[in-house]
Design a protein around this ligand. Structure first.
Ligand SMILES: Cc1ncc(COP(=O)(O)O)c(C=O)c1O
Length: 471
């Protein structure tokens, strides 16, 4: 009953592939999103099935209820958050991975070696030392958590594992900018450092951390008897795509004996772009980096990655195998380097995508995303009904619909974004910059074209006019 005959499996599998192929074929014309109506109630109130059903009916029902109501990120006109479309080769890899269904905790089977191969390639892309520690994980949040967990271990000289913070003489302080992602705060809270000890340092006009103020805050904290331990720098802020001055921060970390962490969850792979030459200088000096292949490497959610320069420290921070029992003749198990024991086969989608697309293909696609963002910025500047607020240097654009003579732009833009989200022809979200509500469009999408960006502005302006003329 649970098992399917090979014939049944093949037939259902072909049907499933047909369904996905049809979606991909129509993704350009289809609305980004559709109103879900009573779908929520219908799905969430469904009772626990008591008897099993025909698998073909189950597949058709899932397709009918799921496929018309996507989140939208496979569409070329999806500009919200940082959610890319899935590279088709990586969709197939997900199916293959589930078919083999290994736990990639470690051991002598192909999946383990594939993860090692992929991690080696990711270190090359990020100019990270080949002997550094590395691990795939669920996403950027967990990658940052594992990195800062290793930092905490190192900065307590290993005491944290047995004693927690009970025997530390001074509270630790971690630094990021006001533009640091909320997951840094979450990590600081989970790790028991406490968000009272996370300093959010002001940024300059380009939304990069102000290093003079960072230095002054470190000195002030030391004077208070606190213990500065880490700077979490941004290589691609979520709000506007800014890259902190990494070399300057690396110098400061050396001078002040701080752990230099880089959150590259969004922007890490921007290092491959032709427009970013020099902007990542210093990243190769990081103690740890969080990157997120499920963003700019276009693999299906979930797939994050953490790189830690000192592989031994990473292992010591998480391994439950005492050093004297570790078998150093074999490859150490991945489960010694992070939180999970049983681990999914995330590596396959990356392995196959990297082979299909190649480093050069990624360079071109990521560069193109940035070029498209700059096209959008140029268009915004050419029009007198929009204003540009912040841009890049990566592929995020913050702007507002601002026709001449209108003063309450927060309210206007809040209302118009609600309309376009509901109607689904395009999809984008807002953010807050210096107390102002702004529209935020992120291009991490190999399907987006210049025409899609013109559509974006036209749809926004049209919705804005409706708000302004509504009785
Ligand atoms: C800069 C940055 N850091 C961390 C994260 C969190 O990554 P994830 O959502 O994969 O957990 C994001 C997500 O957008 C991000 O942009």
């Amino acid at each position: 009953m649970i098992d399917l005959s090979p014939e049944q499996f093949r037939e259902l599998g072909y049907r499933a592939i047909d369904l996905i192929a049809e979606q991909l074929k129509t993704v350009r014309e289809a609305p980004v999103r559709r109103p879900t109506g009573d779908l929520r109630e219908q799905i969430m109130s469904q009772p626990l099935p008591q008897e099993g059903q025909n698998p073909s009916d189950v597949l058709e029902d899932a397709a009918n209820r799921l496929l018309p109501y996507p989140m939208g990120n496979n569409s070329p006109r999806f500009f919200a958050w940082i959610n890319s479309p899935a590279a088709p080769i990586a969709i197939l890899a997900e199916l293959l991975a589930a078919g083999v269904n290994p736990s990639v905790a470690g051991g002598d089977h192909a999946a383990t070696y594939i993860e090692h191969a992929v991690l080696k390639w990711l270190k090359i892309i990020m100019t990270f030392p080949a002997d550094g520690g590395a691990l795939l994980c669920s996403g950027g949040s967990v990658a940052n958590l594992i990195a800062l967990g290793t930092m905490r271990h190192v900065k307590t000289e290993g005491r944290i594992r047995a004693q927690g913070f009970q025997s530390e003489s001074a509270p630790m302080v971690v630094y990021t900018s006001t533009q640091g992602h909320s997951c840094i705060q979450k990590a600081v809270e989970i790790l028991g450092i406490g968000n009272d000890y996370l300093r959010k340092i002001p940024v300059d006009a380009d939304y990069r951390i102000n290093v003079d103020q960072l230095r002054a805050q470190i000195a002030a904290d030391r004077a208070q008897g606190l213990r500065p331990v880490c700077v979490a720098a941004n290589a691609g802020t979520v709000n506007s795509g800014a890259i902190d001055p990494l070399n300057e921060i690396a110098d400061l970390c050396v001078e002040q004996d701080l752990w230099f962490h880089v959150d590259g969850a969004y922007g890490g792979f921007g290092i491959l772009a032709e427009q970013t030459v020099g902007l990542y200088d210093g990243i190769e000096r990081a103690d740890s980096i969080a990157i997120d292949p499920h963003k700019w490497l276009y693999v299906p959610v979930e797939c994050g990655c953490v790189l830690v320069r000192d592989a031994q420290a990473m292992r010591d921070a998480f391994s439950l195998i005492p050093p004297y029992l570790r078998d150093d003749n074999a490859l150490p198990w991945f489960s010694e380097f992070g939180i999970q024991q049983t681990r999914g086969f995330k590596a396959l989608k990356l392995w196959m995508a990297l082979q299909h697309i190649g480093e050069q293909g990624y360079r071109e696609s990521i560069s193109r995303d940035i070029t498209l963002a700059r096209f959008l910025q140029k268009r915004i500047q050419e029009r007198d009904d929009f204003e540009l607020i912040a841009a890049g240097p990566l592929s995020v654009t913050c702007f507002r619909y601002a026709p001449p003579g209108i003063t309450d732009l927060d309210s206007l833009n809040r209302q118009l974004v609600a309309i376009v989200q509901q109607e689904g022809q395009i999809f984008l979200t807002t953010t807050e910059l210096e107390g102002r509500l702004v529209l935020r469009a992120c291009v991490v999408n190999f399907r987006t074209t210049e025409a899609d960006l013109d559509t974006l502005l036209n749809v926004l302006a049209e919705a804005g006019q409706r708000v302004l003329t509504k009785p």
